[in-house]
Write a protein that binds this ligand. Sequence first.
Ligand SMILES: [Mn+2]
Length: 228
Amino acid sequence: MNQIKEGAIFVADAHYPHHGEAFITLLRAIEQEEITPPQLFLMGDNFDLLFGYNRYIVGYNQEAIDLLQNISKRITCYYFEGNHDFCLKEIFPSMEVFSRAMQPVIFSLGNKRVGLSHGDRYATSWGYNLYSTLLRSPITLLLLRPFERLIIDHRLNKLSQKSICHHFEGFEKRVERILQYYQGVDMVIEGHFHQAKRHAHYISLPSLACQGEVGIVRESQILFEAMA
Ligand SMILES: [Mn+2]
């Protein structure tokens, strides 16, 4: 089983480049070795829109991609694909990339078993699941290719104006439904909800875009801290 190490950093939901500079600032600090985590967990939706096999969308996100490619040659990076960033293995060959279908992944932290996932896998509607599967299919990406600039520009414009930081009414109830899918674990860590909250043994990571914080492992606990 993979191990979560002391000092590991969990970055979730940065929604780069539309929601502040925190992601790029953090990546630069890691690349310059001002911050030296042994592992970097990218928990999904770190990009507002990114997927492989498409030069246009890669170009749009180039600076952060370059930094991550450099960092991942030196530091173990795990990428848990989110609903905004997927088909990433092609872009980040030096990372261990977990698609939505591969999640959750079980890691150990001290003597605990920890389930890790972006957070959009469980307790979602069948319509959402179908949409997610179709969107990640190479056939869909191929069919959409003639319209890609139009679609991507439209989508990016919408995303750049979207407000993404909200109080989640009914958070605890949703968490209890999600936890039913995780059997035999002592802790669950997910992003996606932008809450920076704990409930039972569930940790909803801070969104780097909303709270300006990451998760960091100190004495086998996950703390929420601002890095920059
Ligand atoms: Mn998400």
